[in-house]
Design a protein around this ligand. Structure first.
Ligand code: PEP
Length: 254
């Protein structure tokens, strides 16, 4: 069965003290993870040592970076390479979040390079895609998302693409309190899987975890995650609240 994943995207939130306390409280909370489930904490880069110290060695719990540079090293002031994250124990990296596409002008071709860089060192990209409201209103979300996937990922070989986690995040649902209905999520997740199936074959497509992101919370997670092509969630706001995120973890399919 595909990995079922609850991924927390803390974005640029929390003081060091708050981050420390949130991780402690979560670890003290009742959650159950089976072998095909994982929890990932995408913390601000500066808190990675803290997260490593608290979470290292905990079964099925991983730490992620929220971005990386596409080059292995060099004169790129302020940037961090995928291999640098790996060297401190971080093997998952979120790529192409809509906030990075919008505020930092990340393009599909740059994301193709970043994805290759992450895979090249044996780490896992969590590749984000998703349409703005105008595209959803025009009813062209499938072709919009398909283009994002094709432009950034289709140069990757079949044995590498199974290592990529996809996060479908409709921009109109991120941080807005508006969630896609479970039917809307299932419909586009199934479409995304069919796009991978057409290019790589059904067997490969069936192995790719596709997370839903966009105002996931305790109260809607069970219903959304129960959809057959939804393999968990990428969670922003609700991942900063202990009781919410613990309930979201427990809503994963087993
Ligand atoms: C996100 O930004 O990845 C996200 C899904 O945020 P939120 O859960 O707050 O909508």
């Amino acid at each position: 069965m595909r990995k079922q994943i609850a991924a927390a995207n803390w974005k640029m939130n929390l003081s060091h003290h708050e981050a420390d306390s949130l991780l402690d409280q979560l670890l003290a909370t009742e959650y159950h993870l089976s072998s095909n489930q994982a929890v990932i904490f995408a913390v601000p880069a500066i808190y990675i040592p803290l997260a490593v110290q608290k979470l290292n060695g905990k079964p099925n719990i991983f730490i992620a970076a929220q971005n990386c540079h596409q080059k292995a090293n060099g004169a790129y002031t302020g940037e961090i390479a995928a291999s640098m994250f790996a060297s401190v124990g971080v093997h998952h990296i979120i790529l192409g979040h809509s906030e990075r596409r919008e505020y930092f002008a990340e393009s599909d071709s740059e994301l193709a390079e970043k994805t290759e860089a992450v895979l090249a060192i044996g780490s896992t990209p969590i590749f984000c895609c998703g349409e703005p409201l105008s595209i959803r209103e025009a009813g062209t979300q499938n072709s919009f998302v398909e283009a994002q996937l094709k432009n950034a990922l289709f140069q990757i070989s079949a044995d590498q693409i199974v290592k990529v986690v996809i996060a479908y995040e409709p921009i109109w649902a991120i941080g807005t309190g508006k969630t896609a209905t479970s039917e809307q999520a299932q419909e586009i997740h199934a479409y995304i899987r069919s796009v991978f199936a057409a290019h790589y074959g059904q067997n490969i497509a069936d192995q790719i975890s596709i997370l839903y992101g966009g105002s996931v919370k305790a109260s809607n997670s069970k219903e959304i995650f129960s959809q057959p092509d939804v393999d968990g969630g990428l969670v922003g706001g609700a991942s900063l609240i202990v009781t919410e995120f613990a309930a979201i973890i427990n809503a994963l399919k087993s």
